[in-house]
Structure formats: structure tokens, C-alpha cells
Design a binder for this molecule. Sequence first.
Ligand code: J2J
Length: 536
Amino acid sequence: MTIPFTRWPEAFARRYREKGYWQDLPLTDILTRHAGCDTVAIIDGERRYTYRQFNQAVENLAATFQAQGIRRGETALVQLGNVAEFYITFFALLQAGIAPVNALFSHQRSELNAYALQIKPALLIADRAHACFATDDFLNTFVAAHCSVRHVLLRGGDGEYALEKAIDRPADNFLANPTPADEVAFFQLSGGSTGTPKLIPRTHNDYYYSIRRSNEICGITADTRYLNALPAAHNYAMSSPGSLGVFLAGGCVVLASDPSATLCFPLIEQHQINVTSLVPPAVSLWLQAIAEGAGNSQLRSLKLLQVGGARLSASLAARIPAEIGCQLQQVFGMAEGLVNYTALDDTPERIINTQGRPMCPDDEVWVADENGNPLPRGEVGRLMTRGPYTFRGYFNSPEHNASAFDENGFYCSGDLIAIDEEGYITVQGREKDQINRGGEKIAAEEIENLLLRHEAVIHAALVSMEDSLLGEKSCAYLVVKQPLRAVEVRRFLREQGVADYKLPDRVECVEALPLTPVGKVDKKQLRLWLAERARG
Ligand code: J2J
């Protein structure tokens, strides 16, 4: 069984191999290369796993999957937070050739159902600590609705269901059986701009390259002690260079369940953390905590702070070296592939003002006007890209792929950028219909569709509004049959089972939505209204 996906054309695949980007190794090699090593790989609260123990746990769990009769080429839906089991499960699935979708821990019924409908998983792995799985209600409904699911394992579960038990049960007859390196290893989540969340097939070859190359640029070594405080399943925290990068180098990953200063500062001091990654709002909160009395003395070991996922203002960037006392690296990446970094030896000027350069010499990045024609250097337009770790198509989405790619296989990310003479990128805005709420992406159409299910809603439009901490928040403009309060709208959406971060921060009921000359909702106008109200 192989999972269908859009492959790179043969000539590209050959070139990527010749240049050494694709090495035809499975992602599991990241871990098995350290199988005999007794240094600590993961610290999760009081729990510690050496590389040897980590590898053993992975084998045990993979053997369970094989004993359950789940075959190579099948898929799994996984929802685990920032816990050691997230990585054990990820590598175990890969060892058995099972491709996971790693849902974010903030996801709820709506997202889980949407993913399951697309991949038809043989296996569900979730956590009793998540509201959806605290009782069996949703679990039973889910298993009944998705008849592909043959096995369930729950962290914190009991009996046959217990994930921990499967991890502790010694493996006999385990034989690693990952999918071939040029096939799908797992699915990454797209931030999305469409009605249903899209899935991104990632191969061993392309993902392994992006991790290996990230390690080179970010200086990750066996001495790296990385604090993982962003959602473990997010592409940034997994691969840029993230925890997988640190495992590849043989370093140590310390897990934090959120990026708050109260949780992270003591962890940084206790575990002598030298690298971590944040989104811009978390940086603001760290700076605030420092200024309000926490100081930065607990952060002395920290050498490198990566910031990405959303726009980092130059003024915030400039404060990092002085107030946190470490080097800043800007990261502009996407789960679809392309990642840009400022270099560790770039001038402060570049690090503060740009989002860096594409990490691979064979990343092809250019800027298009609205008709798809190349713009001169320095001008602002659409980001177009292809390369050895940038995907060639969303899973099972021919229609969307037709508009997301040009005829030469260049992916249009929906970002508006400019590229300067030396190839440095600055993100100037966005064309895709998405709200970037402090790094958490909301596809407007997904929420609009859910809002339209409400009996009082006639028209709905979700737009971004400026926010001093999060960068952007969301506002729902509604045309309604009867007045609706924001709390009612949020309650309704929560009942639909959608993640909390997608609930509109503000609701405005209006007579009619403004339209463009071609009759589409004029979101520019709606954002102008919001800006005017904020000023006035
Ligand atoms: C402005 N916008 C940014 C930045 C991402 C590393 C880092 C981040 C992600 C990520 C990732 C930005 N400045 N520095 O996967 O590996 C916005 C852009 C982009 C979208 C991708 C990684 N860094 N963005 O954020 O798939 O709009 O990946 O297209 O979640 O986030 O979002 P996502």
C-alpha cells in the first residue's frame, strides 16, 4: 500500500539526489543513529529518556502497531500535546510505515473529524487529558463515524487502550518497516485558507533535508539544550530545526506545555537551556515579565532565541539582545516547505529588519504580480516557490492545487514579500484569506461556513483586526435575521467543536456586507471599517 501524493518531476528528484539534499534515509534514522547512546534526549517534567530508552520505547510501540495488524502505507490520527509520548508515537508510527496526521492539542471535534475524513485512519492515538477524550462520548461517536479506525490508544487510558502500556511492553520480533524515503512519511497541517483544513504530504527525503539543513544554519549540536514551548506538532517546533533537529544532533529537548515566562524562565535556568523558539506575542510577554521584576538572570544560559510564525516588528526585535541577553534569529517558514532564516553571523541590522534568506541554494523563490508575471527586485508581490523540501500538492485536493500552484510547479504561499539585492526577504502582508492570530492560523472560510450554520446568520465574513499583543485578532461581520451577541456566537462555534483560537474575538452585526465590483465580499473595506473604529 502506498499513499498517493503529487511527486516532484523526475528531473527534479534526480537533481535533489545528485546535490545530496535527498539521501534516501528514513526519518527514523534521526533516532536510530543514537540507539546506543546514554545521554538524555527528552526531559518531560520529572521524566527523562536517554536515547537508548527513547529508541526502545519506539520499538515497543511500533511492535504493538504491527501486532495489531496495521500495515505499512496505512495512516493514523494522533493528538498528543507537549509530552514525551508525542515523539515516541511519531517515530513508532514511522518505524511501522504508518503515516500520521498530528493534530494540534488545541484542535477539537471539528478539526479531528475533518482530518479523519481525509486520511481514513486505521489508528487513533489521543489523550485522556484532552476535553474530547476525557469521557468515551466523542470517542464512540468518532469510531462509529470513521469505520476505517480499527484501533485506539489513549494516553492516560486503561486496559487495552493504554498508550503507556504499549510503550512499556517489550517488543519481540520487531522489524523496522518504514515507507521508502521518497514516499509519504507523514502529513503536516496547513494553516489554510479554505473551508476544510488541508493536509501536506511530507516525504522522508524532503523533511529530513529541511531538518539537517536547519541544524547547519542554526548551529545545533550534541551540546544543544532546546526548550520546546511551542505546540510540539507544529512544523516550526518539529523541524526548524525544532525538536527533531535537536534529536538528529544528539542534543537534549526539554518540554514545556506553553511559552509563558512563569513556566519557561525556571525551566531555562534549571536545565541550562541554550536555544528556544517563540512566536512574537510570547516574546512581548517575556519582555514584559523581565521589565516587571522577573529580570533576565534566569536566562543566562540562553544563547539563541528564534522568532517566527508571524510578523516580528523591528522595535520588538531590537529589544531582544539587550533585554533577554541572547542572539535573535528570525524564521519565516511554512508547513508546506520553504523556510527562511537570518544567519547567526548576519549584521544586527539584517537580523532586526528582515525575515532572512531561503535555507537551500536550490530554493527557487521569486515575486509575482497579480497576473503571475515576475516583478523586478525589491518590489512587493506574491511569494512563489519550489525546491527540494517544498511540497507539490495538498493531499487529495486537485481543485485547490490547481490554484495554489502555477504551471511550473511553483507554490504560491499567499504571502506578499519583497526580496532585496542580497536575497533577503521581508514579509509585507498577505493575500490569502487567513488570520494570523499570534502565529495561530485561522482560515476565514472555515469559520464563515460554521457561522452560516447558525439559523440567524444570513451572511458572514471573518477578517483580521490589528492587536498590539497578538498582531492580529479576528472579527466576524454578520448579516443576521435577529441580533446576536458575541458570547452567543462564540458559544455556538464552540458547540460546533472548533478550536478556541478560531473563535472570533469580536462580532459586528451589520445591515449588509460591502461588495467588490465583481460581487465578492470586500474584506479590505471591512478591515478599513475596523481600523477607523479603532482610531475613532
Ligand atoms: C511573517 N509571517 C510569517 C514570519 C511564518 C518555521 C517558522 C514558522 C512556520 C509557520 C513554520 C513568519 N514573519 N517570520 O512552518 O517551519 C506566516 C506566513 C506563512 C505562514 C505559515 C516553520 N513565519 N509566517 O508559521 O504553516 O504567512 O508555519 O505563509 O503555521 O505563517 O504558517 P505555518
